[in-house]
Design a protein around this ligand. Structure first.
Ligand code: ASP
Ligand code: MG
Length: 407
């Protein structure tokens, strides 16, 4: 007998039929003798619908009231799922964030979890029932309702699994696992049986949006075994997110992530002197624009060039700020391009092998794809290319690193 925390996202509970299918799945766990706590999201589209209602009243809804409003979405699902379970003979109790004592700080709409009192859920489980828990919501010390940020039910589930010392936290979603890249771009993408936390964090933050990043960080920190699997299929082991690469021969590259949401900006011919990086980037930060890649280059002619990338939505504003910076510093020119894409190869195997970068650059070069920017970390190499080459680049790298379907 094991203790599982199962999490079902919005599409998995998107209709009465889907909720009944979830109930059947939970029943199968119970029939095998397992203890089960289920964490659910709001029915798909519901949270967006509620946000829109609030915005019809005030463009900037008061965050405390918004949390009261948004938390109702999950409350609908826990009640319906509990009813569905009891209807097929599985004892169940719905529990709100308050009832599971999901204690958070008071930062409405992006509250951090402080503590969970696992006793309340444990006593439901030990009483022979399924605990059906509202994800995404918590409460602060004063008893105000809080929410954990969009997609936060993943984090609720992982936190619950950590508190209960569950054997595994299983995230049921609309894909059957984590793929080597997006199958819509590369049909030969392969589902991975395992991936490390480190790799998952890189792939998630690079746009392979399977899990909320925070939930992966949380699982890594509290050693929660985490598995992603499909709620639309009965078969399949999904993808297990592991602590360490179990194979001796870790693949060089595990996956390829990409992101089309970025834009590139350059400021050229800035006087090369101490503090110049700060004087370029501080005004960007002050304008609340997040910078991703940063490259500074000085070759000894007393000027420096800077290139960095920002979210495409921030491109126009960043250009304005940079024009001003350019005038203030007496730089030569500002240039930019918002038709770029970032592609990254990720793999823990890179730590102990050389040659990944050269394989990457060479295979892109052979396809005539020009690389505009490069950045590297211990387990990742990212390049920026023209957006129109995105698909070709992803497919080229996928086969260069032999990631395709082996069957
Ligand atoms: N219902 C919330 C959202 O749509 C939380 C979640 O689904 O994880 O963001
Ligand atoms: Mg989600």
């Amino acid at each position: 007998m094991a203790l599982y925390v199962l999490k079902f996202g919005g599409t998995s509970v998107g209709s009465v039929e889907r909720i009944q299918a979830v109930a059947q799945r939970v029943k199968r766990y119970r029939d095998q003798g397992h203890q089960v706590a289920v964490v659910v999201s709001a029915m798909s589209g519901e949270t967006n619908r509620l946000v829109a209602l609030a915005k019809d009243i005030n463009e900037q809804p008061m965050t405390r009231e918004l949390d009261v409003l948004l938390s109702t979405g999950e409350q609908v699902t826990i009640a319906l799922l509990s009813m569905a379970l009891m209807t097929i003979g599985v004892p169940a109790t719905s529990m709100t964030g308050d009832q599971i004592r999901m204690m958070t700080d008071s930062t409405h709409s992006k509250a951090r979890i402080m503590d969970i009192d696992e006793q309340a859920v444990m006593s439901v489980l030990n009483g022979g029932k399924v605990a059906v828990i509202a994800g995404f919501q918590g409460r602060d010390e004063q008893g105000n309702i809080t929410t954990l940020g969009r997609g936060g039910s993943d984090t609720s589930a992982v936190a619950m699994a950590a508190a209960l010392k569950a054997d595994e936290c299983r995230i049921y979603t609309d894909v059957d696992g984590v793929y080597t890249t997006d199958p819509r771009v590369e049909p030969n993408a392969r589902k991975m049986d395992t991936i490390t936390f480190e790799e998952m964090l890189e792939l998630a933050s690079l746009g392979a949006k399977v899990l909320q990043i925070r939930s992966v960080e949380f699982a890594g920190k509290y050693n929660v075994p985490l598995r992603v699997l499909s709620s639309f299929q009965d078969e399949g082991e999904g993808t297990l997110i592991t602590f360490e690469e179990q194979d001796m021969e870790a693949p060089l590259v595990s996956g390829i992530a990409f992101n089309r949401d970025e834009a590139r900006l350059s400021i050229l011919g800035v006087p090369d002197q101490p503090n110049v990086a700060a004087s370029v980037l501080l005004p960007i930060g002050k304008a609340d624009i997040d910078v991703d890649m940063i490259i500074q280059n000085s070759v000894g002619d007393n000027t420096a060039d800077f290139t960095f990338t920002v979210h495409r939505n921030d491109y126009a504003r960043a250009t304005e700020v940079l024009e001003q910076v350019s005038a203030d510093l007496g730089a030569r020119e500002v240039r930019g391009n918002d038709k770029i894409a970032k592609i990254s190869v990720v793999g823990v195997g890179m730590k102990s092998h050389v040659g990944v970068a050269s394989t990457m650059f060479e295979s892109l070069g052979n396809e005539g794809i020009n690389i505009q920017l490069i950045s590297t970390s211990e387990i990742k190499i990212s390049v920026v290319v023209e957006e129109k080459y995105l698909e070709l680049a992803v497919r080229t790298l996928h086969s260069a690193f032999k990631l395709e379907q082996t069957a």
